[in-house]
Design a protein around this ligand. Sequence first.
Ligand SMILES: NC(=O)c1ccc[n+]([C@@H]2O[C@H](COP(=O)([O-])OP(=O)(O)OC[C@H]3O[C@@H](n4cnc5c(N)ncnc54)[C@H](OP(=O)(O)O)[C@@H]3O)[C@@H](O)[C@H]2O)c1
Length: 387
Amino acid sequence: MSIKKVVILGSTGSIGRATLDVIKKHPGRFDVIALAAYSNAELLAEQCRQFRPRYACLANRNHSDTLRALVNERKTKLLFGEEELVHLTSLNTDIVVNAVVGAAGLRASLATVQNGKTLALANKESLVSGGPLFPEIVKKTGSRILPIDSEHSALWQALSCGKPSEIKRLIITASGGPFRTFPAEKLAEVTPEQALQHPTWKMGSKITIDSATLANKGLEVIEAVALFSVPVERVSVVIHPQSIIHSMVEFIDSSIIAQLSQPDMRLPITYALFWPNRVESDYGQLDLKALHQLTFEQPDMKRFPALRVAFEVARSGGTAPAVFNAANEVAVAGFLRKAIRFTDIADIIFEAVDTIPVVSQPKLDDILDADRQARELAQQIVERNVC
Ligand SMILES: NC(=O)c1ccc[n+]([C@@H]2O[C@H](COP(=O)([O-])OP(=O)(O)OC[C@H]3O[C@@H](n4cnc5c(N)ncnc54)[C@H](OP(=O)(O)O)[C@@H]3O)[C@@H](O)[C@H]2O)c1
């Protein structure tokens, strides 16, 4: 196999670091062309020393002096600002890993497919917000989107067992988060510290809170619809607290194909980086004899209304998912800084989705406008609700 050139956006985050860990485990297989982060200059500099990329970029210019002081600019060219981060996708690279968090990753995802590059996508928010924009560009440029999200990687692998016309439904599994069995009437009182304790995955703070509200599962439903061109009526969610089955596909003959492993994001990352090949790896190894039980439950949409709203939003399509996503981002940030309660997150999403009109066949400007309106409205509600 030849050496793959890789650009990693969001290299200092949980997925970015896991991606570099996979690359380190496979010496001589990858050439890291560029790394990018938002403001963590210290870690980005450390990654530059280890992986010697040609380019390193910080989207937040306020930290440029720190990065300049730490990196040898004769070895790595330093870039600053959001536009420069997007420009990294036009470098001579085989694959762009987008591990930025939030809709901030949308422009980079779009630019990657516009440049005809392979996009290894962890940044689900870009596909949620910009879903309607991708199919035409992908068709024109021949680019590919390879999912890194463990559920979508599982679906992708299972889907290879049948034809699109043979799919009965996609079954996305969810751990249920830390509050699966928590008394519903006490959810309003939970603290960010409690919500950040995910039972099975170690992730960045935004996705961890999304997992606690099940908004993350909602984003994944919308992501699956966009990624696999399957109507939302054929997508379902099942709670599987052990996080061993990462998702399943049921075909028309009633066969269900599942992908299993210990929860370890390095496994789906490895699958995407090496696709179309599989390589030996010991991430996520499963001892079947040690598994006592695999259990399944219906998600409780009353307790976790964000998931119900996500299904509605997926049915509406157009700019509705962008509104859902943007309102959620603002609400999660508000909850993390203790300005609002846990249960306010879903209320804020609901109010934004209910208030902001849907543009059904949006262009990029419509999506950016819906995102902006949702953020403004959500911010006003956060300020109104400050607890
Ligand atoms: N973590 C997981 O296990 C997991 C699993 C499935 C999917 N995902 C998805 O993967 C994405 C990343 O998640 P994560 O958990 O790795 O998040 P994270 O740990 O918070 O890392 C986020 C990364 O994005 C960078 N970033 C933040 N804001 C940015 C901006 N405005 N512009 C450019 N870069 C920005 C951060 O840089 P700084 O460090 O400088 O702030 C960091 O490198 C999310 O979309 C998430 O839903 C994550």
